[in-house]
Design a protein around this ligand. Structure first.
Ligand SMILES: *[C@@H]1O[C@H](CO)[C@@H](O)[C@H](O)[C@H]1NC(C)=O
Ligand SMILES: *[C@@H]1O[C@H](CO)[C@@H](O)[C@H](O)[C@H]1NC(C)=O
Ligand SMILES: *[C@@H]1O[C@H](CO)[C@@H](O)[C@H](O)[C@H]1NC(C)=O
Length: 526
């Protein structure tokens, strides 16, 4: 028995240390690993010092039934107070970078740069310094959906002036932190905050206006991104030499059996092209196929002009080329078929289906994760990356989010381990087979957090958070697995043995098993 245990633990250590990983399982030397969070999802402290409410504070307080579990972000992971623990987790994983976002109403309580909150400024400054001191690069999202309510009261993302409001805010952020932050995301997932809010009314601010509001939001988000990029480019780049882009979440769409690819392609242009073509294509502007479709739909519906407001020539030039890399968030895939005569198309759960008059389904072989929308298709990430290259040429790609949600709070998350393994495998194929320069991977999320309208039910974390208690963070099996991948800089097999030996460990498992081997060997020799 003793022999057996010693051998087993040595074997375990071996499977973890694949220094001899085959070349195609090694990530390129410049490839970096990170994990991400967003301010409203983790910070809590919604009303401390001079912070004013964001649209999400108001949305969840006004009518708790809007949120699946009736919760809100008042405390969340309490990262406003526990940020040192966040850095410990980051260090524990061995991350190269940590992606987090800045709360606009925490930094600029009025929404405008008339006054910078000293508490807000200190919070982010200390977080950034803490990360740098730990040897971790901060990657900062300027806007991750928590618009100051004061600006929402003035129309928010549907008011053209939001472009200037955002640009002024971004300038403040750069002036405070660009000396230490070298990778920036201006805006996270305009698709989600525009469609979630205006097409479906289920995200803050919950203004249902699928025909008009959604496209105003799209247009202004693109202009706001471009303006912030140009401010960085003109006022900060020479001094600080950073990189800046926006992050898009794109569902991969493929045609249903018997459909042609062009029907899926229209949906790709709608889901990914709207926020990419204006920035990344050579011509700029809205994807032509989408502009044409919405113009036709609008005319049929009796509107005198297209509901998709056109860009002027000047605006097309202003937006075009405002990127330094492509930040891609990927979670799921769908199968597309044209609507059948008389069929009603529902916007839920996938945006834009009524405009496109298509039905979105899934393949039976795609495994389902617990959230209603979440079907797992790892090759989708590779198809999506290749599509970006085909559409926009050679551009550096950063996977800015990818991750798995369960409803299971426990530590033993082999489903998440498998998810990361399967997706990272596809990322390697993008690099070595498709020749795309994918330079980094960001796990969503560092820890369980406030998942917007689904509250605290979906668990996305490498670390579990106890929301009933002191927000204690504890690593899941996936945290050990991700740490091992980072350490080896290679894709390694998931540690099957954990299914028998796993308990909530505080240090990484490889280290544990090494100590265990050592202890057992000493014991045995004795
Ligand atoms: C902040 O909000 C909490 C509820 O989340 C409340 O209990 C507390 O009294 C508020 N503090 C202030 C200073 O308003
Ligand atoms: C959607 O397509 C179906 C089938 O061609 C058609 O019957 C229906 O009128 C279309 N609906 C809209 C809103 O265009
Ligand atoms: C990929 O991009 C990174 C970062 O810009 C760069 O260092 C690297 O040389 C590029 N690799 C290739 C193969 O283009």
């Amino acid at each position: 028995m003793k022999y057996y245990v010693v051998l087993l633990s040595v074997l375990i250590e071996r499977t973890w240390s694949t220094n001899d990983a085959p070349q195609q399982l090694k990530f390129p030397p410049w490839f970096k690993f990170g994990a991400a969070t967003a301010a409203h999802q983790i910070e809590g402290a919604w009303n401390v010092s001079d912070k004013t409410p964001s649209v999400w504070d108001v949305f969840s307080h006004e009518k708790p039934s809007r949120i699946g579990d009736g919760s809100n972000g008042d405390v969340a992971c309490d990262s406003y107070h526990l940020w040192r623990e966040d850095i410990e987790m980051v260090t524990h994983l061995g991350l190269h970078f940590y992606r987090f976002s800045i709360s606009w109403p925490r930094l600029l309580p009025s929404g405008f740069p008339d006054r910078i909150s000293s508490a807000g400024r200190r919070y982010y400054s200390e977080l950034i310094d803490g990360l740098l001191a730990a040897g971790v690069e901060p990657v900062v999202t300027v806007y991750h959906w928590d618009l100051p309510q004061s600006l929402q009261d003035l129309g928010g993302w549907t008011n053209p002036l939001v472009v200037d409001w955002f640009a002024d805010y971004a300038r403040v952020v750069f002036s405070l932190f660009a000396d230490r932050v070298k990778t920036w995301i201006t805006i996270n997932e305009p698709l989600v905050f525009c469609d979630g809010a205006y097409t479906m009314g289920v995200y803050a601010p919950g203004v249902l206006s699928p025909d008009i509001g959604k496209y105003l939001c799209n247009r202004h988000a693109l202009l706001a991104h471009a303006k912030a990029w140009r401010i960085y480019d003109q006022e900060f780049r020479d001094r600080y030499r950073g990189k800046i882009s926006l992050a898009n979440t794109i569902t991969w769409y493929e045609p249903a059996d018997g459909e042609t690819d062009d029907v899926a392609e229209i949906v790709r242009q709608y889901g990914g092209g709207i926020f990419s073509h204006p920035i990344f294509s050579k011509k700029g502007g809205w994807p032509p196929v989408i502009a044409k479709m919405i113009a036709e739909n609008s005319r049929r519906q009796g509107y005198p002009k297209s509901r998709l407001p056109p860009f002027t020539e000047k605006e097309i030039k202003f937006i075009r080329g405002t990127y330094d890399f492509y930040a891609l968030n990927y979670y799921t895939s769908r199968v597309v078929r044209r609507a059948r005569p008389g069929e009603t198309i529902d916007a839920w759960p996938f945006f834009g289906a009524p405009e496109l008059n298509v039905s979105l389904t899934v393949r039976p072989e795609w495994k389902k994760a617990p959230p209603s929308w979440f079907y797992i298709n790892p090759v989708g990430i590779r198809h999506q990356i290749r599509w970006l290259k085909e559409q926009y040429g050679d551009v550096e790609v950063l996977i800015a989010e990818n991750g798995y949600a369960s409803h299971d709070p426990t530590a033993h998350d082999m489903d998440r381990v498998q998810f990361y393994k399967d997706h990272l495998e596809q990322v390697l194929l993008s690099i070595y087979e498709d020749g795309v320069n994918v330079t980094g991977f960001t796990a969503w999320s560092l820890m369980d957090n406030y998942e917007w309208m689904d509250g605290y039910v979906p668990k996305f974390g490498l670390f579990a958070v106890d929301f009933n208690d002191q927000r204690t963070r504890s690593p899941r099996t996936s945290a050990s697995y991700y740490a091992a991948i980072i350490r080896e800089h290679a894709l390694i097999e998931p540690p099957e043995y954990l299914s028998v030996t796993q308990n909530a460990t505080n240090t990484n498992t490889s280290y544990n098993s090494l100590i265990l081997s050592f202890v057992l060997i000493v014991y045995f020799i004795k």
